[in-house]
Design a protein around this ligand. Sequence first.
Ligand SMILES: [Zn+2]
Ligand SMILES: [Zn+2]
Length: 111
Amino acid sequence: MKSEQVSFKCSECGGPSGERPTTIEYYEQEIFLFDPIICANCLLKLCEEYAVPCANCGGAIPPFSQVGVLKGDCGERLFVHMTTACNSVGSAFHGYFGKGEIRNFVQIEAC
Ligand SMILES: [Zn+2]
Ligand SMILES: [Zn+2]
């Protein structure tokens, strides 16, 4: 007897994405992606294409993860990890880093 499997389609290549969430490891960071639905192969490609350097630890910040946003000296945005491993202080913003752009950008009240 087979248990019923719901198949999800990758929004990038249209292929089956397997199980949700899509889980990959990128530079020792585990990424669990629930939304959008992207297969592991495509997600890895997107990471390589859209990852930004962390202003705090210098590591790569993969897309589809929570980020902290700092204002640089010239008004540019600097991204930092929102992980305990990269414990950055003083970030006034945080948001959800999507495919090469920040999504759900929120300002935290400075205290
Ligand atoms: Zn795909
Ligand atoms: Zn970092």
